[in-house]
Design a protein around this ligand. Structure first.
Ligand code: ADP
Ligand code: MG
Length: 767
């Protein structure tokens, strides 16, 4: 479900500009091919920007084309062999050789009759330059394109124009086998040519455009699709990036102001209440950061406006205690708090930790319960009917001051007596939708605290959490001994042997070890990269740097064969046979296990009965076993940097130092190895998150398939456009504060209503 209710924009009355279906604008056949790439309306097509630009005067390097790649190249015809009959069968063949001046590529055309090939033979005269697109194959040792689609530069224009346009950058669009780049270009120009000033909405306020020296909406489209120089492209991009940032930030500002407009119940601290009692029994002193954030939360909860706060903190920085203190303040004020966790494992762990931390304070009405005590209730999807009914009653009656759960908490029939605070742990697995669903459970807006241990670079925070204020816990509690990370090449059997021995030593010393695998079983698809923050993000943000590269534009080549990835079931079986681990019980943990089995595995691991746990990334988030000192990550190169960092955060949480062994088959010097080495080289989560962004970005250049996907963020680059995002955010907040309904900016309202509710809501929802 995604919808306009998330974007409280007011639609302008000119809705419908640029919403002509493509079939009406460019003909049904072209429209059909374009629709497969994403665009459905004229507006969509105008926002289908060139992926990069070619240079007529600069030929593509043909030597580096790979077999199987779908490419678009700029080259010159070196030799036209003429149409000849085929030797062994009926029909004719035309061979044409194209070149970049050094390497060559064969073009082959087949026809039933010689005359069917005459057109090609005429157009592809020796010396002609053009763009050719097709899939690279091999024939008798040389590389070729069979039946390439092509356009010679002379076809396009008359001679005069050809000379004039020789310097113009050639837009190269993400294309498909069904429609070549220049056919897309022709369709775009057809639609663009029909637009008058005023047909294209101008979402940027005039003052904003002036301050930032930005071209107008229509001109930007003209410049991006038909640039006469690289300066044109740069001007278009600058404007379009600002536009994307501004539109998004306006939507976020509206969300924020709509939420702030709903009153919340003030939940001031109560001296001598349960929170004070809790503070008094804490076995440690709070860090300075925990106290500071605690003060901010205390003050915000005491206001009659809903708190909207993101708390980010390194893994192990003690966010749970901070959140718990806020929850207790709300309980002191007569309200309830809900804590939402992304997995059952984590919800259960929260229940255990929180109950343990509270002790008698969680035993209201029970023998030995403290006077100020409350109750803590777990509500997850896998509860039995009776337990569920009890939990629901405890939430609805208000008897439970703290309700901990998973998505099940969001279901319609969960009611609270007086929900005052919603805490969402590990935010990136929850979306805006869920935030809203929970908020809807209270009459007045509950206060909201979102916690994430995935450090979020500032730009991403501003983009994805623009409606929240941010606090950061940067300091780890004293007494942590940290984690040392070592890269272990899988190709060295002696090293692997040493890994298992290391686990043995740790277990003998009373420690626990995780062994993380990317897959569950040999037959299972890979688990590793799932739900990676950065990956999701970059999927939507195709790279547009590298403006005038004349390299081939290709779809990603098929991945080269690689050794099978480590799988939980196989690795566990292997370790049970491993002499170094004789007598050590090996547990297994992954998402396919039943809740009981997961609980049992977790309990056996935590208690030491099964001190080695072979697991997928289900342990990634928040699991806290202080005795865990070793983590072996198999196929470490298969995980994102942020994810590796999360995983590593599971160890070294007690007083003993942790060791993380990152096993990889990656070649020395390869990109994959660089990533694993970067991971081993720093424990700074923010640094790793940024590196992750940068690296994925480059890796994304090949992913042509992603360029056509719907998103209103096409050109904005979260890694590099910090200034734009910051400016847009300030201006958007300003505007919304002055004019919440955007009455003075009808075009902006129109654009918000039309594009954001579909696309950006979906984008935001992933976080
Ligand atoms: P995270 O921020 O990763 O969620 P947790 O809240 O799970 O971290 O805290 C990690 C561990 O540190 C827990 O065992 C918690 O009890 C402990 N802890 C939290 N705050 C402090 C502190 N101020 N001093 C010592 N230990 C603390
Ligand atoms: Mg946590």
């Amino acid at each position: 479900m995604r919808g306009s209710r998330h974007v409280p924009a007011v639609a302008g009355d000119r809705t419908g500009r640029l919403s002509t279906p493509l079939s009406k604008a460019v003909g049904p056949k072209t429209a059909e091919a374009l629709e497969k790439l994403g665009p459905r309306t004229t507006g969509d097509l105008l926002r289908y920007y060139p992926r990069r630009y070619g240079d007529r005067g600069k030929l593509t390097d043909l030597a580096h084309l790979r077999l199987g790649e779908h490419v678009t190249v700029i080259a010159q015809v070196a030799k036209n062999g003429g149409v000849r009959p085929m030797r062994n069968r009926n029909g004719a063949i035309l061979n044409v050789t194209i070149t970049d001046g050094r390497a060559e590529l064969q073009l082959t055309f087949f026809g039933k009759h010689a005359r069917t090939l005459d057109g090609h033979a005429n157009r592809l005269r020796t010396g002609a330059t053009g763009m050719f697109t097709g899939t690279v194959s091999a024939y008798r040792g040389s590389r070729q394109l069979t039946h390439p689609d092509y356009e010679t530069f002379a076809d396009l224009d008359d001679e005069f124009e050809a000379v004039q346009k020789i310097d113009w950058p050639v837009p190269i669009y993400p294309a498909s086998a069904a429609i070549a780049s220049w056919r897309i270009g022709t369709a775009v120009r057809t639609v663009l040519g029909a637009q008058q000033a005023g047909d294209v909405p101008e979402p940027l306020p005039a003052a904003y455009r002036e301050t930032h020296h930005l071209v107008g909406a229509l001109q930007a489209l003209q410049l991006v699709h038909e640039p006469h120089s690289t300066t044109d492209i740069a001007r278009a991009h600058l404007r379009l990036r600002h536009e994307e940032a501004f539109v998004l930030q306006t939507a976020l500002a509206q969300r924020r102001s709509a939420m702030l407009a709903r009153p919340a119940t003030a939940r001031p601290a109560r001296p001598g209440g349960i929170r004070d009692a809790f503070d008094a029994r804490l076995p440690f002193t709070l860090t300075a950061g925990q106290r500071e954030v605690g003060d901010v939360l205390e003050a915000e909860l005491a206001r009659p406006l809903p708190m909207q706060r993101l708390l980010q903190g390194e893994v192990g920085s003690g966010k749970t205690v901070v959140a718990l203190r806020a929850m207790l303040q709300v309980v002191d004020a007569g309200g309830q708090a809900a804590l939402l966790a992304p997995t059952e494992v984590l919800a259960q762990q929260h229940l255990r930790t929180i109950t343990a931390l509270l002790g008698p304070l969680a035993e209201a009405g029970m023998l030995g319960g403290a006077e100020e005590a409350t109750r803590v209730t777990l509500l997850t999807g896998s509860l039995g009917a009776t337990a569920r009914r009890k939990a629901l009653a405890a939430a609805a009656s208000g008897e439970a001051g703290i309700v901990i759960g998973t998505h099940a908490l969001l279901s319609e029939n969960v009611q609270f007596a007086d929900l005052g605070l919603v805490v969402i742990d590990e935010q990136h697995r929850f979306g805006v939708e869920q935030r809203d669903a929970l908020r809807a459970k209270a009459d007045a807006s509950p206060h909201l605290l979102v916690m994430t241990a995935t450090p979020i670079p500032r730009t991403v925070a501003m983009t994805s959490f623009g409606d929240l204020e941010t606090s950061t816990l940067s300091e780890l509690p004293a007494g942590r001994s940290g984690v040392e990370t070592v890269v272990v090449p899988a190709s060295r059997p002696a090293w692997i042997q040493r890994v298992w021995q290391r686990i043995r030593e740790e277990v003998d010393a009373g420690g626990r070890a995780y062994v993380v695998c990317p897959r569950i079983s040999a037959t299972e698809a890979e688990q590793g990269a799932e739900e990676d923050l950065v990956e999701d993000l970059l999927d939507d943000l195709p790279d547009t740097g590298d403006l005038l590269a004349t390299g081939a534009v290709g779809a990603a080549a098929p991945a080269p064969a690689r050794p099978a990835l480590a799988a939980v079931e196989e690795v566990a079986a292997l370790l049970r046979q491993e002499p170094a681990l004789e007598g050590v019980t090996i547990g297994e943990m992954h998402g396919r296990l039943s809740t009981e089995a997961k609980d049992a595995a977790m309990a056996a691991f935590a208690g030491g009965a099964a001190p080695v746990l072979v697991s997928t990334t289900v342990i990634e988030v928040g699991v806290d076993v202080p005795e865990a000192t070793v983590m072996v990550i198999l196929d470490a190169d298969r995980f994102g940097l942020s994810q590796l960092h999360q995983l590593r955060g599971r160890i070294g949480r007690g007083t003993k130092p942790g060791v993380c062994l990152a096993v990889t088959t990656a070649e020395p010097g390869s990109r994959a190895m660089e990533r694993v080495e970067a991971f081993a080289g720093t424990t700074d989560g923010f640094r790793l998150a940024e590196l992750d962004l940068e690296q994925r970005r480059e890796g994304d250049i090949l992913g042509a398939a992603q360029a056509g996907r719907g998103s209103s963020l096409r050109l904005l680059r979260v890694t590099k456009d910090l200034d734009i995002i910051a400016d847009a955010r300030a201006a958007a907040r300003d505007l919304v504060a002055r004019d919440p309904a955007l009455a003075t900016e009808p075009d902006l309202a129109e654009v918000l209503a039309e594009s954001l509710d579909e696309e950006t809501a979906e984008y935001l929802q992933r976080f």
